[in-house]
Ligand binder design. Structure first.
Ligand code: NAP
Length: 524
């Protein structure tokens, strides 16, 4: 079934070119922010979305087998529970339909300008607003909420000769549905979360499938099943049943934080489960050796699948571990000199997370881009949401808000509450600009890195996209998610430098350390 698609790009002309709040991106984060603003009584905002539909990563990742590895009843907005989930772990199509239905239900679609790609954003200090360039013209905004997501810019491998390949080649998140892989010789590069779903989905229909593995991932069982009719009726009609189920899933998943972030030795039981699964599902000793990971479980994202190992055991599937030396116009040559001819290549090599090209396009107060700022000091922010030198800008799914164990929607909603409170505070106190104080940001990051130093992500013996080029983990939250919810419950103005407008004159208010009401106010 094709998804409903609305092209609103003509609306660009009717949207005011200056808005109080401008949201970039309309995945779970941007859409949730738009709904929250609307609920808070704001009407002066716009959502710029480069594609022609809401959904973000769930709109883009349409590869065969795409599904979520967080249970459906937790992987949804707390304010828009869906009693109609058909399975315990939803597939991409069902999640995308859910997101579209939420956009419609909350009536924020008309706030969107679709087909509007943001190409640049600059802080204008004189006017104290953001100047935002897009493919359909320019906007200015008092506040910007960047909700572009961490997994949106495909990372293509830098492999010799890849551009010379004459067959079909596409990234997992840009699946070419015009391409029919039936009966073809196909290569999948990568064995991450996307690849392990693609491989079993396409293996039965292709003639030959070569899976190029650089690092063997840890796999756990996927407890996926269809909900029975009585369960679905209960979710719909039994008061509290769905909330209770959601809380049960949440609580179970939070227990993993102990092993992941605090004491990696507690990951041992999960590793034993994964080893037992591997022994049971991979009988061939040679293949078993190849797929046995060489790092501690949890160091890289733990994957869940019941059909990946069986797919690798198929007659028409080869797991190649020799490493790719070169790609020619019709083949992949590995470092051991073997040449394997292919008709199509699926590049499942992940995303630019700590080095997103979008960072290049945002220029802060001192004229430096977000990319340059992150390049120098690492990808650091305050409470994952604000970054020194970038006043009046809020980042959803910003630095150190990622998770390895539970629903990102929970983190996103925490951030949205924080931003909404910031906007309310700005209104209440006539604040014109807010910028996190460098000391507050530095203190916050020292504490984060201290906590992360005990985690399996830093001690598990693996390389991963969780770490930036300085070797710091700037992507993951190092604790229980309710701790993040607590620190983002209220906007802490005292951590910010602010300017206010009073009687037409600009006033700089320097926040005090403990209570925002103690702020010293000085005239500029
Ligand atoms: P990923 O987890 O970053 O995996 C990329 C894979 O490509 C890894 O196996 C990596 O090997 C390999 N690779 C990268 N560059 C390579 C190169 N030059 N040559 C050979 N191999 C190379 O990317 P992903 O699978 O797209 O997943 C990204 C994230 O999206 C996940 O971590 C998860 O957060 C999310 N996701 C979630 C789901 C779900 O909920 N089910 C599904 C898909 C994605 P190394 O391990 O050696 O680096």
């Amino acid at each position: 079934m094709s998804l409903p698609v609305t092209d609103n790009s003509a609306a660009a002309e009717s949207v005011p070119r200056h808005v109080r709040t401008l949201i970039i991106g309309s995945g779970f984060a941007g859409l949730g922010a738009a709904i929250k603003l609307q609920q808070d009584g704001h009407s002066d905002f716009v959502v710029l979305e480069r594609s022609n539909e809401v959904g973000g990563t769930w709109r883009d990742n349409t590869y065969p087998g795409a599904a979520c590895d967080v249970p459906s009843h937790l992987y949804s907005y707390s304010f828009a529970l869906n009693p109609d989930w058909t399975r315990s772990f939803s597939a991409q199509g069902e999640i995308q339909r859910y997101i579209v239905s939420v956009a419609d239900k909350y009536g924020v679609r008309e706030k969107h300008v679709f087909g509007c790609d943001v190409t640049g954003a600059r802080w204008n200090a004189g006017r104290a607003h953001w100047e935002v360039d897009t493919t359909v013209g320019s906007y200015t905004a008092d506040f910007v909420i960047s909700a572009v997501g961490a997994l949106c810019e495909p990372a293509l491998p830098d492999i010799k000769g890849i551009d010379s390949f004459q067959g079909e080649i596409f990234h997992s998140s840009r699946w070419d549905h015009d391409s029919d892989l039936t009966g073809k010789r196909v290569a999948v590069i990568g064995t991450g979360a996307s690849a392990i779903q693609i491989v079993p989905a396409i293996a039965p229909k292709v003639a030959q499938l070569d899976v190029y593995q650089r690092t063997a991932p840890w796999l756990l069982p996927r407890g996926d099943r269809a909900y029975t009719l009585p369960e679905r009726l209960a979710f719909k009609h039994l008061p509290g049943f769905q909330r209770l189920s959601r809380f049960g899933i949440y609580a179970m998943r939070e227990t993993q934080v102990v092993g992941l972030a605090k004491a990696p030795t507690f990951m041992k039981p999960l590793e034993l489960v994964a080893r037992a699964k591997l022994r049971a599902e991979v009988r061939d000793p040679e293949l078993r050796a190849k797929v046995t990971p060489n790092f501690k479980i949890g160091c890289k994202r733990m994957l869940i699948s019941n059909d990946y190992y069986p797919a690798l055991g198929r007659e028409n599937v080869d797991l190649v571990t020799a490493g790719i030396a070169e790609i020619t116009e019709n083949a992949i040559i590995t470092k051991d000199g073997t040449l394997r001819e292919v008709d199509a290549i699926v590049v499942a090599t992940g995303f630019h997370v700590t080095d997103s090209p979008t960072f290049e396009t945002i220029t802060g107060r001192d004229g430096r881009t977000l990319a340059a700022t992150f390049d120098e000091g690492g990808q650091q922010g305050y409470k994952g949401t604000t970054v020194a030198n970038f006043p009046n800008m809020f980042f959803l799914v910003g630095p150190n808000t990622g998770l390895g164990h539970t629903s990102m929607v929970y983190m996103i909603e925490s951030q949205i509450n924080y931003v909404a409170d910031a906007l309310r505070t700005a209104e209440r106190k006539s604040v014109r600009t807010v910028e996190v104080r460098r000391e507050a940001q530095d203190r916050y990051n020292r504490d984060l890195q201290e906590r992360l130093s005990k985690s399996v992500w830093m001690n598990g013996g693996c390389a991963s996209w969780y770490l930036d080029k300085h070797g710091n983990n700037t992507t993951l939250w190092p604790g229980f998610t309710f701790e993040f919810r607590n620190i983002t419950r209220n906007f802490d103005l005292s951590a910010y430098e602010t300017t206010t407008v009073a009687g037409g004159a600009d006033i700089i208010a320097i926040g005090a350390d403990s209570k925002d009401d103690d702020s010293k106010v000085v005239t500029r």
